[in-house]
Design a protein around this ligand. Structure first.
Ligand code: HEC
Length: 131
């Protein structure tokens, strides 16, 4: 009688460990989940004013986010970094590209949160949703 109980308990422990493991590694999120901080958006506004504003208005970014619906956010970050500003691609610091993306998300109505947006940590698991 002892043995089956142990087996059942063991199975529960293994199942719980698997569940915790998968939650910790995958953590799928969207840009609605507060994926950047208010400080990043504020810093990004200055980057935007001096490097992006001359060529695009906010409506352009809204349309861009729409067309990138359900894509990983890190792809958009990489695209912006590789191609923008169009007159001098890749000229800004990595942090500035991240901050400007936070500002663009914030201006399109997505909330800030407690954890900073970081291209090296989990940004591939954040999906864009249409604003
Ligand atoms: C000198 C003009 C110019 C500047 C400055 C500029 N862009 Fe662009 N950007 C363009 C052009 C041209 C395109 C491609 C044509 C289009 O879609 O309008 C583009 C496209 C984009 C796209 C769409 C990419 C895609 O594949 O969907 C994004 C996002 C973008 N720019 C963000 C930025 C950001 C962020 C900055 C500031 C860091 C910036 N741009 C600065 C001219 C500019």
């Amino acid at each position: 009688m002892n043995k089956p109980v142990k087996q059942v308990v063991g199975l529960i422990v293994v199942t719980a460990a698997l569940l915790i493991g998968s939650v910790a590694s995958a953590q799928p999120k969207t840009v609605k989940d507060g994926v950047f901080t208010a400080e990043q958006a504020l810093a990004g506004e200055m980057v935007y004013e001096s490097n992006c504003k001359t060529c695009h208005d906010m409506k352009f970014y809204k349309n861009t986010l729409r067309s990138w619906n359900s894509q990983p956010l890190v792809y958009l970050w990489e695209t912006i970094m590789g191609t923008m500003p169009a007159d001098n691609p890749g000229s800004m610091m990595l942090k500035e590209y991240t901050n400007v993306l936070a500002y663009i998300l914030s201006e399109n109505g997505f909330p800030s949160g407690d954890v900073a947006l970081d291209p090296d940590h989990g940004m591939d698991a954040i999906s864009i949703v249409s604003p």
